[in-house]
Design a protein around this ligand. Structure first.
Ligand code: ACO
Length: 371
């Protein structure tokens, strides 16, 4: 029986990690609404929730912080590798390469376990920030064991103690991006894990899927769009002409959500508090115009703001360079990828779907003209 293009609406497995309720625009992790988690938890707490199935008590929180902290540093070999990569390389590609190397350091083909999940999650911001500094001919800043995951990200980027508002905003962003049902890159991670491959291979493969603009590659393009619209000076006309050319408006539309993406709602509020009033107002105005145009031009499609739109505004506001936006998405999603791999291997069967064949029917090679 052939299925719809892009596997839309097809259930490909079970998970107890996150529930995406697309019709009402709700997202929860292990039964906790993301709105509540962004108010009461940290990224480390959410990682604990996804890995262990429950929020940590004070002792468990401290224990996880220590385990992450012990894993945050990079080996001299990885730092050396980062120094050798072309400075113009895409940080997303660099993250993938370094993660693959770390996979070797973690023992190659081994059954995925929590230690590897913690190691890969802990090291992601260190890789990105070390490469960013090296490409600017600056020395990498070692992680600070006294700082949280989000604080360390900013600290290793700039070498300055992060401002509490910026660190909290980034922590909230990482919570919101931690997991999201059977999104394309998580599906990739689970497929790789289902072959009895290792944790790093699953994560590296997922990163390849994440970087595409239909998935996690959109936020830098949102900033490009905001700039192009500002330069043009007439947002209404710009949007109308873009849609007439068949162009996608970055940061809008989602396969799962037929209502507003709940992460967009939180990020909008956070951007309002974190970004400059001028940038926020410009983004808000363009959002209004884009939503009206999408409703007019694509009636019945139910296209709303997705997570990427205000992610771009927020990450820009905490001074992350544009080409680190998608890697930052990966930093958040690392808890989700690794939790999905652990969930997959707990009750595994090879993921190997069928495909409908639409090529020529079997024929004899000797019948080919010229043979
Ligand atoms: N701008 C303009 N039109 C759009 C947009 C958009 N952003 N999104 C969907 N549409 C239209 C399509 O043109 C199509 O209309 P048509 O049938 O008249 O041609 C219709 O909506 C359905 O589009 P599909 O591509 O079939 O929808 P799908 O569910 O496959 O795509 C996707 C989802 C890829 C996210 C899409 O909405 C898109 O390209 N958005 C822009 C890129 C983006 O923001 N990516 C980040 C997604 S969030 C994330 O992954 C974390």
């Amino acid at each position: 029986m052939p299925v719809g293009k892009g596997l839309e609406g097809i259930v490909v497995g079970t998970t107890a990690l996150s529930l995406v309720e697309g019709e009402v625009g709700r997202l929860s992790y292990v039964g906790y609404d993301i709105h509540e988690l962004t108010r009461t938890a940290t990224y480390e707490d959410v990682a604990h929730l996804l890995w262990m199935g429950k929020l940590p008590d004070a002792g468990q929180r401290q224990a996880l912080r220590e385990r992450l902290s012990a894993q945050r540093g990079l080996s001299p070999a990885v730092l050396d590798l980062l120094g050798r990569i072309d400075r113009r390389a895409e940080p997303m590609d660099v993250l993938r390469v370094a993660m693959a190397w770390i996979g070797i350091e973690l023992g190659g083909l081994r059954r995925p376990d929590l230690d590897q999940a913690i190691a890969l999650t802990a090291k992601a911001p260190t890789i990105i920030t070390a490469f960013h500094r090296l490409r600017r001919k600056e020395t990498p800043v070692p992680p600070d064991p006294g700082l949280s995951h989000a604080e360390n990200y900013l600290w290793m980027l700039t070498g300055k103690k992060p401002e509490p508002g910026a660190a909290r905003a980034l922590d909230t962003y990482l919570i919101l991006l931690a997991d999201h049902g059977m999104n394309a890159s998580t599906f990739v991670a689970r497929i790789v894990a289902s072959t009895n491959s290792d944790m790093a291979s699953a994560v590296v493969s997922a990163l390849g899927a994440l970087k595409g603009p239909a998935h996690g590659g959109a936020p830098a393009l949102v900033m490009d769009m905001l700039e192009a619209v500002q330069k043009d000076g007439d947002p209404e006309r710009w949007v109308r002409e873009a849609l007439a050319r068949g162009q996608r408006l970055m940061g809008f539309g989602h396969r799962a959500y037929k209502a507003e993406d709940p992460r967009a709602e939180v990020l909008r509020e956070l951007s309002k508090r974190t970004a400059s009033a001028e940038v926020f107002e410009r983004a808000r105005k363009l959002e209004e115009i884009a939503l009206a145009a999408l409703a007019r031009e694509k009636p019945g499609r139910r296209l709303y703001t997705n997570v990427e739109y205000y992610s771009a505004v927020l990450l820009n506001a905490v001074d992350l360079p544009r080409d680190l936006f998608t890697p930052s998405f990966a930093v958040g999603r690392m808890a989700g990828y690794t939790a999905h791999v652990l969930e997959q291997v707990k009750d595994n069967r090879l993921i190997r779907p069928d495909v409908e064949y639409v090529g020529p029917m079997p024929q004899r090679a000797s019948a080919t003209p010229g043979s």
